[in-house]
Write a protein that binds this ligand. Structure first.
Ligand code: S3P
Length: 170
């Protein structure tokens, strides 16, 4: 049942770090947002615009269920909202190691400034609103099996930290 799920706010590095960890451990890598985009042949922004967030959350849940059923030895980068909906957090915790990435809102806000692809940023478009969303979600992310703080660390350091937890867990 070796599955490693990365959860965390937008911009914490779930995809980048997940990919590096999968390479190091010689495991497959899946990014749930990319999988949804490939399946529908549409960008996440367009899915939100045309079908709405609720529909996206259903697709996201469906993808999580399929990954759990049909993959083995996989690192999965989830979307920032994945653990908040449809019992996904518990599902992931029951079926693998859930690693939370934690980055300060200040740093995330800086990283996400030039990003056009994240539909939620249209709604949470001031630092104040952004911090509110961050606060509202943080107790969900905190329920990961382990949380790794990323501020001030290099990618290499973070990957090393992740791998040491992976060896302890499995
Ligand atoms: C979302 C985060 C995005 C993507 C969608 C919704 C969220 O993923 O799933 O735009 O609710 O935080 P990233 O965390 O990879 O940006």
């Amino acid at each position: 049942m070796k599955k490693i799920f990365f959860i965390g706010f937008m911009g914490t590095g779930k995809t980048t770090i997940g990919k590096l960890v999968s390479d190091k451990l010689n495991l497959d890598f899946i990014d749930t947002d990319s999988l949804i985009e490939e399946r529908l042949n549409m960008s996440i922004s367009n899915i939100f615009e045309e079908w709405g967030e609720e529909y996206f959350r259903k697709l996201e849940h469906d993808v999580i269920c399929k990954i759990i059923k049909s993959t083995e030895g996989t690192v999965i980068a989830t979307g920032g909202g994945t653990p908040l909906y449809h019992g996904n957090l518990q599902l992931m915790k029951n079926n693998g190691l859930v690693i939370g990435l934690n980055t300060s809102p200040k740093e995330l806000w800086r990283r996400l400034q030039d990003c056009q692809e994240r539909p939620l940023l249209k709604q949470y478009n001031t630092y104040k609103k952004f911090c509110k969303l961050y606060r509202n979600r943080s107790n969900i992310y905190a329920q990961a099996h382990i949380t790794i703080k990323t501020d001030g660390k290099s990618l290499e350091e973070i990957v090393k930290e992740v791998i040491s937890y992976v060896f302890k867990f499995f």
